[in-house]
Ligand binder design. Structure first.
Ligand code: MN
Length: 429
């Protein structure tokens, strides 16, 4: 791999970066933003600011890179991503160079700085990619085991296939929304007491799922596969992902083809895509996989990533309460294995596909990634700051996911992934 100069922990930016910021110069995540006066465009986060790549391109700072103005004057990152891994790596290295404290080119041109830097408070962040297909895996062993214990046999919590392949299902792309977009409580069929007739109405068990998702570049042709060693070249970056789930609807509908309407009423992504390049310094080893996996799922090197994750619930008008602290490294299956498995039958992936991890639960009670597990099927409600308690998510609650990682004195993060549940619409039968 070519050296990623933008990851040098010694770099400092001439743009002021607050000490606790998720976006120091070693991060430089990509997103799409708009202002009141301007059309959607591509930007890079630095401290409390957004660097406008469209303006930067017009001013000539991105020359000798393969990008055109249209790649940045665009309401999604797909056009930019179509240029592939090396081009976007070169772009991030260029941005890093322009923002580093010892480079005067942009720093000393005040009239240019005013055109390319916008305060994050003045922009609206949009869904970063035009989502092609959305796949959701089920790759956290602690989560799969918890759910298996609750709904099946505690002695056989993991199904026989679980340690041999990264279980997943095809989700729905159309209802993926950006952080800050509220979603209505879904209506649907439930059958809590296994009566002969189901009931219909608003779900009473709306839940979050703490997940991390990766976004792909264009893959190979239909019929060709991507190996675990090639997978990194097809992954652009990562976002936080809240896969809203209605447990009561899910329980009744999921047999035999898996979840359907319990999962497709909304999923929330964080607006800044943290590149896989930026996360390279934070790689860690994964768990020992026993029994050994089939040859096509073997991998070399450290392919897991150490990302501290946190979930908070903010009831309407109250302060937030942190309900879980977990880590992305708890995954049993890593992204390389997920992508190798996804394509092993010849399935083709496309630029802008979103592949989510599945609920990430750690091994201890404080690290579970859903209310289903945290409140253990409603039996252990969690106290909130306003004196109320939660077994599941109530109307007008906001759920906030956060993710951060640190190494060598550098801390980078994802910003927040926020979503609110609104009351159900039109509660008819
Ligand atoms: Mn999920």
């Amino acid at each position: 791999m070519s050296v990623i100069k933008a990851n040098d922990p010694k770099l400092r930016s001439w743009v002021d970066v607050p000490a606790e910021s998720d976006f120091p110069i070693q991060n430089l995540p990509f997103g799409v933003f708009r202002t009141e006066a301007q059309l959607p465009r591509v930007g890079v986060a630095i401290g409390d600011k957004v660097l406008d790549l469209k303006a930067l391109h017009i001013l000539g700072y991105l020359e000798n890179l393969p990008f055109t103005l249209d790649d940045f004057l665009c309401d999604n990152l797909n056009r930019m991503m179509r240029h592939g891994k090396q081009a976007t790596r070169d772009l991030r290295n260029r941005v890093s160079k322009l923002l580093s404290s010892d480079m005067p080119d942009l720093r000393d041109r005040d009239h240019h700085v005013r055109q390319v830097l916008v305060s994050q408070h003045e922009v609206q962040m949009l869904l970063p990619v035009k989502v092609g297909d959305y796949t959701d895996f089920y790759s956290s062993m602690d989560h799969a085991r918890n759910v298996g214990m609750m709904f099946r046999d505690p002695e056989k919590a993991l199904l026989p296939n679980w340690k041999h392949l990264p279980v997943g299902y095809h989700g729905r792309a159309s209802s993926i929304v950006v952080s800050g977009t509220p979603v209505h409580r879904p209506l649907g069929q439930t059958n809590a007491s296994d009566d002969s007739m189901p009931s219909f109405g608003p779900s009473r068990q709306v839940d979050f799922e703490l997940e991390v998702a990766f976004i792909t570049y264009d893959g190979k042709a239909l019929g060709e596969r991507i190996s675990t060693s090639q997978a990194d070249d097809f992954i652009f970056g990562l976002v936080l992902f809240n896969d809203w789930s209605a447990r009561d609807i899910q329980r009744w509908e999921y047999v035999p083809l898996g979840p359907f309407l319990s999962k497709n009423f909304g999923s929330v992504v964080s607006p800044w895509v943290v590149t896989l390049d930026a996360l390279e310094p934070f790689r860690v080893s994964g768990p020992l996989q026993d029994p050994p996996v089939l040859p096509y799922l073997r991998y070399d090197g450290n392919k897991h990533i150490n990302i501290d994750l946190e979930v908070a619930i903010r009831p309407e008008g109250a302060a937030e309460t942190v309900v879980s602290r977990s880590n992305y490294r708890h995954m049993y299956w890593n992204m390389n294995q997920q992508l190798a498995h996804h394509t092993v039958n010849g399935c083709n992936i496309r630029c802008g596909d979103i592949m989510a991890s599945g609920t990430i639960s750690g091994p201890t009670e404080g690290s579970f990634g859903s209310m289903l597990e945290i409140a253990w099927k409603g039996t252990r409600p969690v106290p909130m700051s306003d004196g109320s308690s939660r077994a599941f998510i109530q109307d007008n609650d906001t759920v906030i996911l956060r993710g951060r990682t640190s190494n060598s004195g550098i801390q980078i993060g994802f910003g927040a992934c926020e979503g609110m549940i609104l009351p159900a619409l039109g509660e008819g039968a």
